[in-house]
Design a binder for this molecule. Structure first.
Ligand code: ASP
Ligand code: MG
Length: 465
């Protein structure tokens, strides 16, 4: 019998109205799919709020998490109202109260200890999904679809890497066979918490921020699903941000590698790990729009034949700074790059793109603007001696640059794409500050000044299609 897994994200769960829309989508799908499992995120903003409670508690603040308890209670109670009959609503309220009590005591413990360990952060941030599953399960039952809330901590088995846990598929499969499959056999829709799992000792783990897409893929694989639909609020994956490019279109299909590249370069399409579990199974993933459910959305495929479409999509990552370490004394000196990135890593900054001129007189790389000052200071400290000796002339940052990336697996087989990219920008008078091509040859990234970013995206979008 055919099985469908559907995942609803935070915005789809954002209000009673939105939850009602999701329930309607599930009800409609049930007409065609005998077996449907649902995976959900926390209501939008809830995971952020929970984590804020934890981090403020860790520095001794006992007020913020208390305020958050009331805010979160209010949000969930408001969403509950009108979803189902009084009795179901009352039991929903009990679940919310219990979860928020737990949030309170965990934050209290964090405050007393003066530290939020990764393990504590996972226990705390898991609570959003633990509340949201009940909202949608309640609504489904109210509209005549038998549904049951299921905590993924009871069957998604992971390692103990808190904050970024990895699923253990065999153990997860056998637990799911015992817990989730029987529900499907009985015609019940399991409503499963995205984002979370538990390690072998039973401690709650999370798969990383945005991880409920990943959860949907894991659930899809262990249930042997025929399709996994990720619901969002646009018609699948677009060729560019429609707010920047008026004639941006939705893509019919996208390969795994293109999705990975897009995810890395700032388009919040899918959590990058999502595709890992499904890659061997074939094309079962699809991205669809809750506001336009009959639109087919975008299919995520293993490989596409005839990828002559070349440039598929254009994305931009904003608010970055270009850090340059420059000096003639660097030529041929080993260890400069290692020390530069060592110093950067000590500031806990992740580096988005690196390039070094072959003359070895400079290294430049991109970091989020918010960290630029810290990174420059750390590098200056690391090279204090070399700066004093003038082996390194200066370390500086170019504020507010943007990485614009063109993505398309077909570029690999098509010569001249890079040339067309640069001609397009040249003709528009846009200055390119730095360039990188991923080794997969499935994307080209350029750094431009923030003021040119939107126009660069528009010019490059003309190469799509
Ligand atoms: N609620 C989690 C987060 O905000 C997981 C998700 O939404 O995918 O990161
Ligand atoms: Mg998401």
């Amino acid at each position: 019998m055919k099985t469908l897994v559907m995942k609803f994200g935070g915005t789809s769960m954002g209000s009673a109205e939105a939850i009602g829309r999701c329930a309607e989508i599930v009800r409609a799908a049930r007409a065609e799919w005998p077996r449907v499992a649902v995976v959900v995120s926390a209501m939008s903003g809830v995971t952020d709020a929970l984590l804020k409670g934890a981090t403020t508690a860790a520095v001794g603040d006992s007020v913020t998490y208390q305020t958050l308890v009331s805010e979160l209670r209010e949000r969930h109670t408001a969403a509950l109202a009108g979803l189902a009959d009084d009795q179901a609503t009352a039991s929903g309220r009990t679940v919310v109260r219990d979860c928020l009590d737990e949030f309170f005591s965990l934050c209290h413990a964090v405050r007393v200890l003066g530290e939020a360990s990764p393990r504590a952060l996972d226990a705390i941030s898991s609570l959003g999904e633990r509340m949201s599953i009940h909202l949608i399960a309640m609504r489904l039952n109210a509209v005549g679809v038998r549904a049951k809330a299921v905590d993924a901590a009871d069957f998604v088995v992971t390692d103990s890497v808190f904050l970024a846990a990895n699923p253990q598929m065999d153990a997860t499969k056998s637990k799911s066979d015992a817990l989730v499959k029987p529900l499907l056999d009985d015609g019940i829709v399991p409503v499963i918490t995205g984002f979370i799992g538990a390690d072998a000792s039973g401690a709650v783990t999370t798969l990383g921020r945005g991880g409920s897409d990943f959860s949907a893929a894991i659930v899809g694989v262990v249930l042997g699903a025929d399709e996994v639909w990720i619901w969002t609020d646009v018609d699948g994956v677009m060729t560019a941000d429609p707010r920047v490019v008026k004639d941006a279109r939705s893509l019919e299909a996208l390969t795994y590698r293109e999705v990975a590249e897009l995810a890395y370069y700032g388009a919040k399409v899918l959590h990058p790990k999502t595709i890992r579990p499904v890659i061997e199974i074939g094309s079962i993933l699809r991205i669809k729009n809750t506001f336009n459910p009959t639109h087919p959305g975008t299919r995520i495929v293993a490989d596409e034949d005839g990828t002559s479409g070349t440039v598929k999509a254009v994305t931009a990552i904003k608010s970055l700074s270009l850090i340059t370490v420059e000096g003639r004394g660097m030529i041929g000196v080993p260890g400069v790059a290692a020390r530069t990135f060592g110093a950067t890593a000590r500031t806990h900054t992740s580096v988005l793109m690196i390039s070094q001129a072959s003359s070895e007189q400079s290294i430049c790389f991109l970091v989020p603007s918010a960290s630029a000052e810290r990174v420059v200071a750390a590098i200056e400290q690391e090279f204090a001696l070399e700066l004093a000796r003038r082996d390194i002339d200066k370390v500086w940052s170019w504020p507010e640059v943007v990485i614009v990336t063109v993505v398309g697996a077909g570029m690999q087989h098509t010569p001249g794409i890079a040339g067309r990219v640069f001609s397009a920008l040249g003709a528009a008078g846009i200055n390119v500050i730095a360039i990188a091509q991923g080794s997969s040859e499935c994307s080209i990234s350029l750094v431009v000044d923030a003021k040119d970013a939107d126009q660069a995206v528009r010019e490059l979008h003309k190469l799509t299609g």
